[in-house]
Design a protein around this ligand. Structure first.
Ligand code: HEM
Length: 210
């Protein structure tokens, strides 16, 4: 879980950074989208790096979900009797929402790919330019698209906060003193994702990016 989790965090941080190029205008963002498809050509075929990334991410999703399910069923069978009184003193809100959060994030990714990769769901019209596709999607009249992204990114931030914390505790030798530092790193990464991802749709919604 920790290793695939680290792959996701690196991917979302890079994706978030790429999205911020929307603030530099159409040429910058579309140029970046084009570069993503052509990088390493002709050493690799067109979209070669993109496909390596897609396969890595897909494999990571499968392993991450399988590991989550295995851990959950192992914990369930270890506890022969169900809890009579469920106590959640040690559990944070994020750790309790990991399972449902994960499922909703997965559903969001399906929606997101249908919207921006396969373009099966077109919001606000059909455009060749990824920049204009983004601007059209987050216009105020499609407020529900903004709401879906906001909910998904909040859940992602909560998921990552707990995930980063437990990955650091799993991979590193956890001590009480270190846990304070791990927690701080987890909160910083989660806040960075929340603010960094929502900056672009919010700027479009407010008419700052046109
Ligand atoms: C505000 C949040 C987000 C926005 C505005 C956004 C926007 C985009 C856009 C415009 C593309 C297409 C880029 C292109 O055509 O070159 C894209 C692709 C993608 N995004 Fe996001 N994204 C967001 C969040 C996320 C999150 C949270 C994840 C994963 C957890 C994610 C996963 C992906 C993936 C896997 C692709 C497909 C890459 C491909 O195979 O072509 N995105 N995103």
């Amino acid at each position: 879980m920790a290793v695939t989790g680290v792959i996701f965090v690196l991917f979302v941080l890079a994706h978030m950074y790429g999205n911020l190029k929307m603030f530099q205008g159409a040429e910058s963002f579309d140029g970046y989208a084009h570069w993503l498809r052509e990088v390493a050509y002709p050493a690799l075929p067109h979209q070669g790096v993109l496909w390596i990334l897609r396969v890595t991410l897909l494999a990571s999703v499968v392993i991450h979900a399988y590991a989550a399910f295995t851990l959950w069923s192992r914990a369930r069978s270890a506890r022969q009797q169900r809890y009579v009184v469920k106590r959640s003193l040690q559990q944070t809100y994020a750790s309790r929402t990991m399972r449902w959060g994960g499922v909703i994030i997965l559903a969001f990714i399906v929606f997101h790919l249908l919207q921006f990769t396969t373009m099966t769901i077109e919001v606000g019209g059909s455009f060749d330019s990824p920049y204009h596709r983004m601007v059209a999607a987050f216009q105020p009249e499609h407020w529900w698209v903004y709401a879906i992204y906001l909910i998904a990114i909040i859940l992602l931030a909560l998921h990552v906060r707990h995930g980063v914390w437990s990955a650091l505790a799993t991979l590193g030798l956890s001590t009480k003193k270190r846990e304070v530092g791990f927690n701080a790193v987890a909160i910083v990464v989660a806040l960075l994702l929340l603010v960094g991802f929502m900056a672009t749709p919010t700027a479009i919604l407010l008419g700052i990016i046109k």
